[in-house]
Design a protein around this ligand. Structure first.
Ligand code: BGP
Length: 458
């Protein structure tokens, strides 16, 4: 049997924009997603936007009951900045304080430990109008927002995260044209990345000053990089891919500094951000207590086969090609490779290169299209999802046996929810959601997850 410690965290994760709904109710300000959907619906899958999130704002009590029924001893959600502080800074929305207090209290009554994340791709629109993460002033406003959260909820919440997958708003918002403000601006991207690391450190500083005796960390989507071969040029490609994909945020978060090799590349392409020495000190002195790791897929790379277009805006792929490994296992609905051993490689990397810092899996999951076809007697028979979890948990367990300091496993996600790029196309939940009636029904995986959590293994 694969057995985890008795105090191992089992749970799942969610985010405000994807789950709350009530996007314009009870004083909430607009965030970039609300604004973008209002102005450019055609950019959203089937024109379904965040307005149609899974109604946690109204149904949190029922949802927390379902968390209990699916074996959660912990749950991660995010606080919406634009709900709590609608103007970005200044006045606090009392209705939002009441809502998040209710959620936290309801979770605690049910013995579910809250993990709160402060930023999940959801920049308030008024802050974006100031330049978003490109502007140092917004960094300051974010740190104040974080402080407001600690002051209001930190008496009961002892596990915090400053950001979810910060590299996503850098890449998707400033390089790839996937998320608002869909700029293709490498220099802006580097400035945004640097300011995000600074914002995280400032939030950590604020947290420590309040002495609330909890832990604060950051959630990174780590994609272990694998070279096509041992050829030295493939190895170099993989080394550089790793600098951008993983070390860019891992190093400042855990070690308080940026990788020298990455800085060299950034300098070579004349992309250095504006910075001051005092801010670098803030990053150096305010590292994380623990790490959240979202793991979905590895990154396989090879030496570039062609010269990059020197006139095109710089992309990290200047240094490598993606390698499609024959025989790879794939989730065809999302197009992502499934490589369970990646979780073990992450565990050992943290153990060996990041001081064996405490960490947990904060997202891992499988989105499947057309799940209705697995419906038998009203319940989705998602055996493929159970297998997916088991296969990852085996490798995670192996990493723990070899000394990696992993304290939990959270899946993505608890209930089928709206997704940034795919709306409701792919379903990830332990609980299914009927979009017409909002009815929630526990899937086979949800029942299995309860057993897993009770037995602490399988
Ligand atoms: C992560 C995000 C989540 C979630 C998940 C699934 O990157 O933190 O918010 O969306 O991926 O991805 P998708 O919804 O794109 O299928």
């Amino acid at each position: 049997m694969i057995k985890f410690k008795d105090n191992f965290y089992f749970g799942s994760a969610s985010s405000a924009t994807q789950s709350e709904g009530a996007w314009n109710e009870e004083g909430k300000g607009k965030n970039i997603w609300d604004y973008w959907y209002e102005t450019e619906r055609f950019r959203f899958h089937n024109e379904i936007g965040p307005y149609e999130a899974s109604t946690f704002y109204k149904n949190y009590k029922e949802d927390i009951k379902l968390l209990k029924e699916t074996g959660h001893n912990s749950f991660r959600f995010s606080i919406s900045w634009s709900r709590l502080v609608p103007d970005g800074f200044g006045e606090i929305n009392k209705k939002a304080v009441e809502f998040y207090n209710n959620v936290i209290d309801e979770m605690l009554i049910n013995d579910i430990e809250p993990f709160i994340n402060l930023f999940h791709f959801d920049m308030p629109m008024c802050m974006q109008e100031l330049g978003g993460w490109e502007n140092r002033e917004v960094v300051e406003h974010y740190a104040n927002f974080a402080k407001i959260c600690f002051e209001n909820f930190g008496d009961r919440v002892k596990r915090w995260f400053t950001f979810n997958e910060p590299i996503v708003h850098v890449e998707c918002g400033y390089l790839l044209g996937y998320h608002y403000p869909y700029k293709v601006d490498p220099k802006g991207a580097v400035q945004v990345a640097y300011h995000t690391s600074l914002a995280s450190a400032l939030a950590i500083k604020n947290y420590k000053e309040l002495n609330q005796k909890g832990k604060i960390g950051i959630i990174l989507n780590l994609s272990p990089c694998y070279p096509r071969s041992e050829n030295k040029w493939d190895l170099k490609a993989s080394f550089i891919a790793n600098l951008f994909a993983n070390k860019s945020f891992l190093d400042p978060a855990v070690k308080g500094c940026f990788s020298e090799e990455l800085i060299e590349i950034i300098k070579k392409h004349e992309l250095m951000p504006n910075y001051i020495k005092e801010d670098l000190d803030i990053i150096a002195n305010n590292t994380v207590d623990y790490l959240g790791v979202n793991y979905y897929q590895p990154r396989r790379v090879a030496a570039r086969a062609s010269l990059p277009n020197l006139e095109a805006p710089f992309m990290p792929e200047y240094y490598y090609d993606y390698y499609v490994m024959p025989g790879r296992k794939i989730n065809p609905h999302r197009g992502w490779e499934i490589f369970e051993k990646g979780i073990y490689d992450i565990a050992l990397n943290i153990r060996d290169n990041y001081g064996n810092i405490e960490w947990l899996i904060t997202e891992n999951g499988m989105g499947v299209e057309g799940e209705e076809k697995f419906l038998v007697d009203g319940i989705i028979q998602d055996d493929y999802r159970i297998d997916f979890y088991k296969d990852h948990l085996r490798w995670l367990h192996k990493g723990i046996e070899q000394g990696s300091n992993c304290i939990g496993y959270h899946v993505w996600t608890f209930i089928d929810n709206w997704s940034w790029l795919n709306a409701y196309k792919n379903r990830y939940g332990l609980v299914s959601l009927d979009l017409n009636t909002q009815k929630r029904t526990i899937k086979k995986s949800g029942k299995w997850y309860k057993e897993l959590s009770e037995k602490k293994g399988f």
